[in-house]
Design a protein. Structure first.
Length: 256
């Protein structure tokens, strides 16, 4: 558990950003992960007053505020209609309903956690992040970057007509995923594999690639390029096998 000297609610992004430049200060979102930190912080910067808890849409994109709780993603009719329920599927097994009422998409994406269902899912879709003050970049670029002192403002899901399916394997209903896979199809296949146990990795393949059986060359090559690791939960070989099954199932579900 951590301690903090002061709790602040900035009224503008500029104010939040300035406070976040001090090494001892921390942004607090749902506090579900942060609460496991130890040590003492200076100021806790709560983003709750910045209006980042809404999901808006335009003709071309969904704009999801960083402070939107996971439960809101799970229940959002239009987001789930657009993603073929992939968003609901990636969120619904995370801990429990009360937990998902507090944990936010911003905390999940910012953390770039190796086990993240959410990062895996959004990476396979056409997603950008909006940072203050750096502006927009693709989620893939953001994931590759080391965390800095910007503020994650919005997660932007582009309406590019992708069909998407999410699959993960867990030993227990609400435990961490042993492997997570998200497959999207549009002009290309976009395939993200997470919980390897490292953070999600994105592969882009031509839409002509066949991913229907373990014998398919495209699938074998994709799995060969993916780095799977061994930890106390599962071996690298087992994770590779699970990923193969999940990708085949997810891809098949998009063809019906
Ligand atoms: C027991 C447990 C089990 C979990 N299981 C899963 C799981 O199975 N699958 C899964 O995908 N996830 C899982 N998670 C992660 C969870 O879903 C959230 O991602 C996590 O709790 C962080 O969200 P939060 O809103 O609580 O962020 P916080 O804990 O408040 O913050 C997390 C970090 O992000 C920073 N941060 C937060 N928001 C911003 C922002 N807008 N800009 C800049 N920095 C920011 C904070 O400073 C902090 O460093 C689990 C977490 C816990 C604690």
């Amino acid at each position: 558990m951590y301690t903090a000297r002061e709790y602040v609610l900035p009224k503008t992004l500029e104010e939040a950003y300035q406070l976040n430049q001090k090494k001892q200060n921390r942004i607090i979102a749902g506090n579900m992960w942060l609460r496991f930190s130890s040590g003492s912080f200076g100021q806790l910067i709560d983003l709750s007053d910045l209006g980042l808890n809404t999901i808006r849409q335009t003709e071309t994109e969904f704009i999801i505020g960083a402070m939107v709780p996971l439960r809101e993603l799970e229940k959002h009719p239009e987001l789930n209609a657009y993603t073929g329920n992939a968003i609901r599927d990636c969120v619904q097994d995370i801990v429990g309903t009360q937990f998902r009422n507090s944990a936010t998409i911003g905390g999940s994406i910012w953390g770039r956690f190796g086990f993240s269902d959410i990062l895996t899912c959004f990476l396979a879709m056409d997603t950008e992040v909006e940072l203050f003050p750096s502006g927009r970049m693709t989620l893939a670029d953001f994931t590759a970057q080391k965390p800095d002192n910007d503020i994650l403002v919005n997660i932007i899901l582009k309406k590019t007509g992708l069909k998407t399916a999410y699959r993960a394997f867990r030993y227990t209903a609400t435990g961490f995923p042993v492997i997570s896979c998200c497959v999207s199809k549009g002009d290309f296949w976009r395939i993200a594999i997470g919980a390897r146990p490292a953070k999600a990795m994105l592969h882009i393949l031509p839409d002509t690639a066949v991913l229907s059986s373990a014998e398919d060359t495209a699938l074998k090559e994709l799995l060969d390029k993916t780095i799977f690791g061994t930890n106390s939960t599962a071996s690298a070989d087992y994770r590779r096998h699970l990923a193969q099954v999940m990708i085949i199932r997810a891809a098949a579900s998009l063809e019906v």
